[in-house]
Design a protein around this ligand. Structure first.
Ligand SMILES: C[S@@+](CC[C@H](N)C(=O)[O-])C[C@H]1O[C@@H](n2cnc3c(N)ncnc32)[C@H](O)[C@@H]1O
Length: 231
C-alpha cells in the first residue's frame, strides 16, 4: 500500500519491514526503484549500481593480472540489491563467488523482487550465499588464503558504517585479518561513498600497493563514489 508521496510523480510503497538483531530493515519501492533502508538510514537502491559493479570488475581484473588468470575465487561482503553479485557472475575471470550477508531478509529479497538486479545470480551453481556476519568470518578461523579477491561493500564507507561493530573491519587488525583470507596475489577492494585519506593510509600500512578509483554519481552535487584496491 502506498504510504506517502516523495514527489509529484512517485509514491513510496513499503514492500517489507523487518526487525532484525541489528535494528529495522525496510525494503521499499519508489518510482519503480527499490530502496533498502537500515534503521532509517538509506543503505542501497537499484537506481544506478555503476560503482558497485566497478568494485567487483576492478578487483577481478587486478586479480586476473596480465596473464589473464581465470577461475578466480571471489568473496563479496554485503549482498544489498545484488549489483556487485551480478557483476561477479558476469566477469569472465571469476569461477566461484561467495556472498556473506548478515541480514536474512536481504537474502530473501534477493530470491524475490530484487533477483533481476543480480541477473538472478542466486540460481547459479557458482554462487554460494553465507548468512553470516562478515566480522565473524573475517576474524574467525578458516578460509585462510582462500580467495583471490575480497570485495567489501557492507557500509556507506570506512568512515560511515551502518553498525558500530563494522568499524573494526577498516582498522589495522581488520585489514590484517582480511589480508589473511587472500591467496598470494589476491586483491582487497573496498567501496565507499566518499574519499577517506585516513583509510587509504591504513591500507598502505598493511598492503604493498594501494590504488583508488573514483566513480561520478548521478546525485546533484554528490561527491564521487570511491573504490579502494589493495594487494
Ligand atoms: C550497501 S549494501 C551492499 C550493496 C551491494 N554492493 C550491491 O551491489 O547492491 C550493504 C549490505 O551489507 C550488509 N551488511 C552490513 N553489515 C554487514 C556485516 N557485518 N556482515 C555481513 N553483511 C553486512 C547489509 O545488510 C547490506 O545488505
Amino acid at each position: 500500500m502506498p504510504v506517502k508521496r516523495d514527489d509529484d510523480t512517485a509514491t513510496i510503497e513499503v514492500i517489507d519491514r523487518v526487525s532484525t538483531g541489528n535494528g529495522e530493515l525496510v525494503l521499499r519501492c519508489s518510482g519503480g526503484h527499490y530502496e533498502i533502508i537500515s534503521n532509517g538510514v538509506f543503505l542501497m537502491d537499484t537506481r544506478d549500481g555503476a560503482s558497485e559493479r566497478l568494485l567487483v570488475d576492478a578487483a577481478a581484473d587486478a586479480a586476473s593480472g596480465p596473464g589473464g588468470r581465470t577461475g578466480l575465487r571471489l568473496l563479496i561482503g554485503g549482498l544489498g540489491v545484488g549489483f556487485s553479485l551480478g557483476a561477479a557472475v558476469a566477469h569472465p575471470a571469476v569461477g566461484a563467488v561467495t556472498v556473506v550477508e548478515r541480514e536474512e531478509p536481504v537474502i530473501a529479497w534477493q530470491r524475490g523482487p530484487l533477483a533481476p538486479f543480480s541477473g538472478h545470480a542466486l540460481r547459479s551453481p557458482d554462487v554460494t550465499v553465507r548468512h553470516d556476519d562478515l566480522l565473524d568470518w573475517a576474524f574467525g578461523p578458516g578460509d585462510e588464503a582462500a580467495y583471490d579477491a575480497l570485495c567489501l561493500d557492507v557500509d556507506n564507507g570506512p568512515d560511515w558504517t551502518v553498525t558500530e561493530g563494522n568499524r573494526a573491519l577498516y582498522g589495522p587488525s581488520g585489514l590484517r585479518a582480511l589480508r589473511g583470507k587472500l591467496a598470494p596475489g589476491g586483491v582487497l577492494a573496498v567501496w565507499s561513498a566518499a574519499a577517506s585519506p585516513a583509510f587509504e593510509r591504513a591500507l598502505g600500512e598493511v598492503f604493498a600497493e594501494v590504488r583508488v578509483e573514483e566513480v561520478p554519481v548521478r546525485v546533484p552535487r554528490g561527491v564521487p563514489d570511491v573504490v579502494f584496491l589493495a594487494c
